[in-house]
Design a protein around this ligand. Sequence first.
Ligand code: FE
Length: 340
Amino acid sequence: MKQKLKKVALLISTFVCAFSVNAEEEITLYTHRHYESDQALFEQFEKETGIDVKVVKASADGLMERLKAEGKNTPADVLITADAGRLYKAKEQGLLQPVESEILIERVPANLRDPDNNWFGFTERARIFAYAKDRVKPEELSTYEELAEPQWRGRILARSSSNIYNQSLLASIIAADGEKEAYNWASDVRKNMARPPQGSDRDQMRAVAAGLGDVAIVNTYYLGLLLNSDNPKDKEVGESLGVFFPNQKGRGTHINISGAGVVANASNPEGAKRFLEFLASDEAQQSFPESSYEYPVVEGIKWSPLLESWGQFKQDDLSLSKLGEMNAEAIRVFNRAGWE
Ligand code: FE
């Protein structure tokens, strides 16, 4: 009798559950990305799966603080953020959960995802040199390391070391050259700067265009944003700059990702997993080069004419989770080297 009652209860709960899922299944995304094209992607996902997408936007650090504070009561199912260093931090803080998905393992290259499947990269960016075409010949450029040489005195522009993109770049240099060399590099590049580090990646390129310095260290998509800006001045800035991919003869150019993971306390982890798989689909991957000037992570996806114009390049294939592991060390090295 007891057994029977249990069975009935199970049937009822299964029915209720299935019914409520069909009626109003939804996922909530925490994201700090601000591309209109992301919204179009979310709508496409809704159309294909019937799962409603709710979006909460805030700064990357703000979202992580919020996840921590909300704990089990969080409405979030998916965290989307840029930089493997940040995703690593989210995992370390227990904010994410592993996802078992053959699709993700197959489509996202191993170095662009967490070894324990807590996060996956969905778009790629390269940290490159944007140089003044009228003052620098690409033959004069070669590696990140070479920016420490005296011929670059007063000519380099870079943002502050509190920025995770620079922390991840330095982590990759520590991984390649060791801490001592990385320290020498950071202090010499700091000496070669045209001004104390300040502003955004785009501000560094604006400063090069204004003649303040000759070479800026920036992420590729920011150049795409300038070139496609409604502001004619920014467009002009973009057009005055050349793109150089460092370390082509060695380990390759430092790359990073925008990525996502399923929130540890997600109320709809299955829906969240489907969303991640959707981000790895051809359809989503094809949209990134056109809409946000980022590279797809899935092989064989066509690039946009802009990305094609920058050319193919060799990428540093360091596992990006290393960037997170070495983040604290990178911050220490920056501080010791006096890179504000
Ligand atoms: Fe960015």
